[in-house]
Design a binder for this molecule. Sequence first.
Ligand SMILES: Cc1cc2nc3c(=O)[nH]c(=O)nc-3n(C[C@H](O)[C@H](O)[C@H](O)COP(=O)(O)OP(=O)(O)OC[C@H]3O[C@@H](n4cnc5c(N)ncnc54)[C@H](O)[C@@H]3O)c2cc1C
Length: 440
Amino acid sequence: MKKVIVIGGGFAGLSAASFLADSGSKVELIEVSPKLGGRAYSFYDDETGSVIDNGQHILMGCYKETLKFLKLIGAEKNFSYQERLKVDFLNDNGKHFRLEATQPFYPLNHLFGLLNFEALSFSDRLKILKFFVKLYFYSDEELKKLTVHQWFLLEGQNEKIREAFWDFLAVGALNTSTTKASAKAFADIIKEIFSKGNKASTIILPLKGLTESYCNEAQSFIEKKGGIINLSEQVTGFEIENNEVKKIITSKRTIADFNYVISSVPWFAIKTFEVSVGQTVGEPRRFLPDVNLNFEHSSILTIHIWIKENKLQEDFYALIGSPLNWIFNHKDHITLVKSDANDIIDKSKEELFEMAVAELKKYAGIEKEEIKSYKVIKEKRATFVPNNETIDKRPNTKTKIKNLFLAGDWVNTGLPSTIEGAVKSGRSAMEEIERLPVST
Ligand SMILES: Cc1cc2nc3c(=O)[nH]c(=O)nc-3n(C[C@H](O)[C@H](O)[C@H](O)COP(=O)(O)OP(=O)(O)OC[C@H]3O[C@@H](n4cnc5c(N)ncnc54)[C@H](O)[C@@H]3O)c2cc1C
């Protein structure tokens, strides 16, 4: 039986550990935090008595690997699934618009949905359609020379179209300003969403807090299969001999009885590992010289708000032209989300709350007096920035160290920094190890 140490208990580590445990490996997962979930978790808020997420997470029908993982651990039931794409929009007068794939036949249902989207003039809707058609005429090399914004300008996507349509898709998927994000990264993701069948574009939301939705299920699955999960234990380094990790050093012990190691920690955490190769001690740079660890990061701001009487009807709304992008309706509270939030993330919580108050009044007619409580969560290193400089510099799963594999949303999956990227990387690491014998 292969023994695999998985470092990190986010989506990447949990999925790698679950897939490996399912296929018969002995898995031990080591997580520095006292909880699982990494950048996607929930917690009980004493003040309000609610379970809240560190940030709203949206899954999509095109998240194939994530859906397989959720099914494997028995967590599918903890999510709600749309039949067809439906997104509700509000403008700053509180006017409601809907983008909905109404017709049954894919892809015509998307076409009709777009042509019925009244937030934009008919001619602007046709311009979007033209963009989708022309998408397939661009080569990867052409797109790698453009930012998303430059691409929009080249294709006549005016400010209104960008504000009421593209920005939700581009900034939502890439968590990066369109002036920085790579057009290639955006093209790849819209192809995934819109050209892989009717379900691919649908939105999937957790029905409970994230921890209850998948972390707890993953933990029991791994443990039932004989795996071990260690929390509050930090991996601090490796000892490498003959191009193999021989020992893993943690805050509590030294581990030597394993065959393979998967590091699923983010790019900013792997930098802190201390590695000794023979007598030489140093940074990972020394043992992974070809691995780029210098990614720019992008923030996400989340403001949870409890109101006296929640009159919002829909599960979520996109806010056209607002500095805050979305409202999610959790019934007992609502959640405002700002992606690509680097420019406002350092404002004080009070200032950010006042901004939310102003937007809620304009968009949803909610007055400040109706607000009972609020909680601001800043995730500064939510995702990496998929720009044209780094897009080809993401590391592969396999490293030069024979028994060390990398996972995490930042490795080279072809996807942006998302749950699906993380799970896909976890699966690739598992597949690499599956191909190898028990001993390296
Ligand atoms: C607020 C917010 C909203 C988001 N919204 C969405 C969304 O709607 N849809 C979407 O698809 N994606 C979204 N994302 C991105 C998504 O959360 C991430 O892409 C994904 O969770 C990354 O998973 P991961 O396992 O690669 O990394 P992580 O979740 O960062 O997991 C890495 C784990 O490694 C642990 N670790 C680090 N160092 C050590 C060490 N030395 N020893 C042991 N353990 C260590 C960490 O504690 C962590 O638990 C969002 C992210 C944030 C922050």
